[in-house]
Ligand binder design. Structure first.
Ligand code: ACO
Length: 431
């Protein structure tokens, strides 16, 4: 029997139901609060607001735990591929061999874009940011399927096809966006290649000259996709749910997710980390000046790749990625001065009272950029890589929204602080 919370307001007592999630997360259900009391809750930035019930991902930020559908991220990182993990996240269980075969076949069958989409790519100026292209082209891709435009969620077969198409095509669009932004000829996907290898091929091959696929590189990028696959109600996933709640189609909702992901406080942080490390390197700073600036609120600087709304302990993905980063650089015999700076920064910040008191630890973006640099992925593509990785999470959250029997549109309220009623003043009387 769940407890009830007592609320006393304006001399009246109210009982609010509470609920406890499967991992012991406690919540007060305020869905009837306004009707009962006339009050709403105010939670700027949603730090204390549970916007939904979800079965997909569990995070315990205090203990540094992340699990997809119950399975710890460490186990998946060691034993699964990103495609297997995508299936797990979307459908709620690890795929059988037959399910994985079908899912992989659907990815392959859906990897080509409609050829007319190449004209859309031509319309972008060279140097256009690939995140702008990614978002626009995901949305555009939906226009090339009449069925998707009129699709009503519910037919499982169709959902399987559209989900696989989105996961597969986002990779093709991402690679084409890079090629276009650099003025390079488009390279089409190859049936023989698996998911991540195929992306690297489209990114780096040249006509008649295939990119040499090193297994360690393929594995490192696949791990980055896997580690980004979902992260519960972050800014972009909440956006996808918000847009999906209006019953916009899957592709439109995902395109909105890309826009939300773009900013430097979210998916753009991996790009911002490299830019920060480059700035430190080019000014000959050993990191100490930058750390001091990051602690000074007036400097406009933050230690990028540090801090997290939920993790108040080391981000478990950061641990995995730091190890992978060391391994890859060793295998590639790649000496990156930025890695040394990053390690020094981390060491200093972890012993600095400013960061200790605020529980600021490295997040997943702190080392992922160094891996991507070593692979040769240009910095403006970093948030795009994040978006490819996050697609299964967005799709699973969209599915959850569409399967919710209540199916209410998301519509927060506000506390208005603007002027009270005023009257229109004709232009000749205005001062
Ligand atoms: N460097 C310096 N100070 C920081 C940092 C940082 N990276 N992050 C937070 N702080 C400070 C804030 O100034 C604030 O200090 P105060 O209490 O003295 O005012 C305190 O720590 C709390 O910070 P908030 O901004 O309130 O934390 P919030 O939860 O809103 O923000 C965020 C989290 C956006 C991730 C923040 O830590 C940040 O900007 N980090 C750098 C950008 C980054 O790495 N983003 C990637 C996030 S992970 C992801 O999207 C995959």
């Amino acid at each position: 029997m769940n407890k009830t919370a007592k609320l006393e307001l304006d001399g009246k007592q109210y009982s609010l139901p509470t609920l406890v999630g499967t991992e012991g997360e406690k919540a007060i259900d305020i869905s009837a609060l306004r009707t009962q009391t006339g009050y709403i809750t105010l939670d700027d930035g949603y730090g204390n607001t549970g916007s939904c019930l979800s079965n997909i991902t569990f995070i315990d930020g205090e203990r540094g735990i992340l699990r997809y559908r119950g399975i710890p991220i460490e186990e998946l990182a060691e034993k699964a591929t990103s495609v297997e993990t995508a299936f797990l996240i979307i459908y709620g269980h690890l795929p059988t061999r037959a399910e994985l075969r079908r899912f992989s076949d659907l990815l392959t069958e859906n990897q080509y874009l409609h050829e007319d989409m190449t004209f859309h790519f031509q319309g972008f100026p060279s140097g256009a940011h690939p995140m702008a292209m990614l978002s626009a082209m995901i949305n555009a891709a939906s226009c090339f399927d009449e069925g998707l435009m009129h699709w009503q969620f519910g037919a499982r077969n169709e959902f399987e096809v559209y989900a696989a198409r989105l996961i597969s095509q986002v990779r093709t669009i991402a690679a084409f966006s890079h090629r276009k932004s650099r003025g390079l000829p488009l390279i089409y996907p190859k049936k023989a290649y698996k998911y991540t290898a195929n992306f690297l091929h489209m990114l780096f091959s040249m006509p008649y000259e295939d990119y040499e696929l090193k297994p360690e590189v393929v594995h490192a990028l696949d791990l980055i996709f896997l580690l980004h696959a979902d992260h519960e109600q972050n800014c972009s996933t909440a956006t996808v749910r918000m847009v999906g709640s209006s019953q916009a189609n899957l592709f439109a909702s995902a395109a909105a997710g890309v826009c939300a992901l773009w900013g430097p406080l979210h998916g753009g942080a991996n790009q911002a980390v490299i830019e920060m490390l480059q700035e430190i390197h080019s000014t000959g700073d050993d990191g100490s000046k930058f750390i001091n600036a990051a602690k000074d609120k007036n400097s406009g600087k933050r230690l990028m790749g540090f801090g997290h709304r939920v993790y108040k302990n080391y981000d478990p993905r950061a641990k995995i990625i730091k190890k992978a980063c060391d391994n890859l650089l060793k295998v590639l015999n790649h000496n990156d001065p930025l890695l040394e700076i990053a390690k020094k920064l981390e060491e200093s910040a972890l012993h600095d009272s400013y960061f200790i008191e605020r529980k600021l630890y490295p997040n997943v973006d702190f080392y992922s950029g160094i891996i991507m640099r070593a692979i040769g992925i240009p910095v403006e593509m970093f948030p795009v890589i994040f978006a490819i990785g996050r697609m299964p999470g967005w799709i699973a959250n969209y599915k959850e929204i569409m399967e919710d029997p209540k199916g209410r549109i998301y519509r927060p309220r506000q506390v208005y602080e603007g002027p009270t009623e005023k009257h229109f003043v004709p232009i000749e009387e205005r001062k």
